[in-house]
Design a protein around this ligand. Structure first.
Ligand code: ZN
Length: 205
């Protein structure tokens, strides 16, 4: 599309447009705002973005986002209850559970869900380390905070199956999460109710 903008600015607009929820107009406004920033602020943005994969990584314990080479803030926090693990699909969903203010355990991020039609199978889930944590850390309950749609339910059933026989009690959030199961965007009262009303899926009763 010929926007009449100089090439680099045009490309910046195109990059900003690739953000979720950002249309052509917002992308142009953002690009023009960046253009007006002082040099050092623009430089810092460029630096942060280009060093992101070097400085930000995944927690070796739970798969949450973390400072590169370190455990995440939950795994480092000795006041958290290490015997209860809440399993989420993506790290962004942790914030939703945290906002409920009810959960004091640790997390485990699967890094996706089972989606056979899109070619995502069990080998794509961060599951080996979950089993390792359960046997190593004396985990008593695993709460599956996964979606209520077909893929979310299939993923929950698979994880429950993998954990059966590990001696851990497997529960899932009560129904009542938004369709599509994206708990990252559920309100905290909904998540609190879903946590309080969690139901047994399998494992130890
Ligand atoms: Zn962690």
């Amino acid at each position: 599309m010929d926007t009449g903008l100089p090439g680099d600015l045009n490309e910046l607009v195109a990059l900003l447009r690739s953000f979720p929820g950002v249309g052509a107009r917002s992308a142009r406004r953002m690009a023009f705002a960046i253009l007006k920033w002082p040099e050092n602020k623009r430089g810092r943005l460029g630096e942060i973005v280009s060093n992101l994969s070097e400085n930000v990584s995944w927690c070796p314990e739970c798969g949450n986002i973390a400072v590169a080479g370190a455990k995440c803030r939950f795994c480092l926090d000795a006041s958290r209850d290490g015997t209860v693990i809440c399993v989420v699909e993506e790290f962004q969903q942790i914030a939703g559970v945290e906002d409920s203010g009810l959960f004091r355990g640790l997390y485990h991020v699967l890094g996706g869900r089972l989606a056979p039609l899109e070619g995502r199978g069990p080998e794509d889930l961060n599951l080996d380390s979950l089993s390792a944590r359960i046997s190593r850390d004396g985990v008593s309950e695993v709460i599956l905070a996964l979606g209520e749609d077909v893929e979310g339910r299939a993923t929950a059933a698979y994880v429950a199956e993998v954990l059966s026989g590990s001696g851990v009690s497997v529960t899932k959030l009560a129904r009542g999460l938004p369709a599509g199961g994206d708990i990252a965007y559920a309100d905290s009262a909904t998540i609190a109710a879903a946590l309080n009303g969690r139901v047994a899926l399998g494992g130890k009763e």
